[in-house]
Ligand binder design. Structure first.
Ligand SMILES: O=C(O)CCC(=O)C(=O)O
Length: 248
């Protein structure tokens, strides 16, 4: 289930690859049937972030305890290309259900994941797979990526603590004005079962959900096994930087 050389070249050029219809309707239904459990659970060991209004924004680590999500992390259509890109075995860095509730889900400011993962003591050898569980539209805050921005290398990030309920590491406006061309911004709209693969240095973000449609995605971040984190000062918790290195 590896990608063709052409697809791999496209990923390497753009820093991302969108694969429509990768999962079947049955596979998506199985995932979605466990979503209420993830949204409403308490004291179940999963870490949750909420919007200021109370709606769940993120649920971390579903892959450790919920069967359908556990199975998803080793789905050949996802895992094989990730291994192919990283040229290595991989383990799960973290996983997260990202929720943008209807009208309430808030923005993700422009950032590179590696902008802050660098401080966790790893090199830029991580790939994320974003599995669409709902439709993602221009109105409900679909992900936006800046094509080719992974080639800029890591940019400086600062912590924004005012825009949302959540501390976001993001790129400052002067750098964004200098580097982003309007034409390079791609809106990744899609439907349940589509999957977006992206490099940890791709610049990405998304807008507020202005629609009655919720926008849920499940993101699996894979790290190359030879890229395990070094010991760092103030390590982040295990729900966001895994300390178990089981090869998937
Ligand atoms: O869900 C989104 O729109 C963006 C999420 C994101 O960038 C992240 O979780 O780092």
């Amino acid at each position: 289930m590896k990608w063709t050389e052409e697809k791999l070249a496209q990923y390497n050029e753009q820093g991302y690859l969108f694969m429509p219809g990768l999962l079947s309707a049955d596979e998506v239904d199985a995932l979605n049937s466990d979503v209420p459990l993830l949204l409403n659970g308490e004291n179940d060991g999963l870490h949750r972030e909420r919007e200021r209004g109370g709606a769940v924004r993120q649920v971390y680590l579903a892959h450790r305890s919920v069967d359908a999500f556990q199975e998803l992390i080793s789905h050949p259509k996802i895992l094989h290309p990730v291994r192919q890109v990283l040229k290595d075995d991989v383990y799960i860095w973290h996983s997260k259900l990202n929720v943008k509730d209807a009208f309430e889900g808030t923005v993700w400011l422009w950032h590179q994941d590696y902008g802050y993962w660098m401080w966790d003591g790893v090199g830029p050898r991580l790939v994320s797979a974003m599995v669409f569980l709902d439709r993602a539209t221009l109105n409900n805050g679909c992900l936006m990526v800046v094509s080719g921005s992974h080639k800029w290398g890591r940019q400086e990030h600062y912590a924004d603590t005012v825009t949302t309920s959540y501390k976001q590491w993001c790129i400052d406006t002067d750098t964004l004005k200098e580097k982003i061309c309007e034409e390079d911004i791609e809106h990744i709209t899609g439907k349940p079962g589509d999957v977006l693969f992206f490099d940890c240095n791709i610049v990405h973000g998304s807008g507020h959900n202005m629609s009655p449609l919720p926008r849920k995605t499940f993101i699996i971040a894979y790290n190359a096994i030879s890229n395990k984190p070094r010991v760092v000062d103030n390590p982040r918790p295990d729900w966001v930087v895994a300390r178990t290195f089981d090869i998937v």
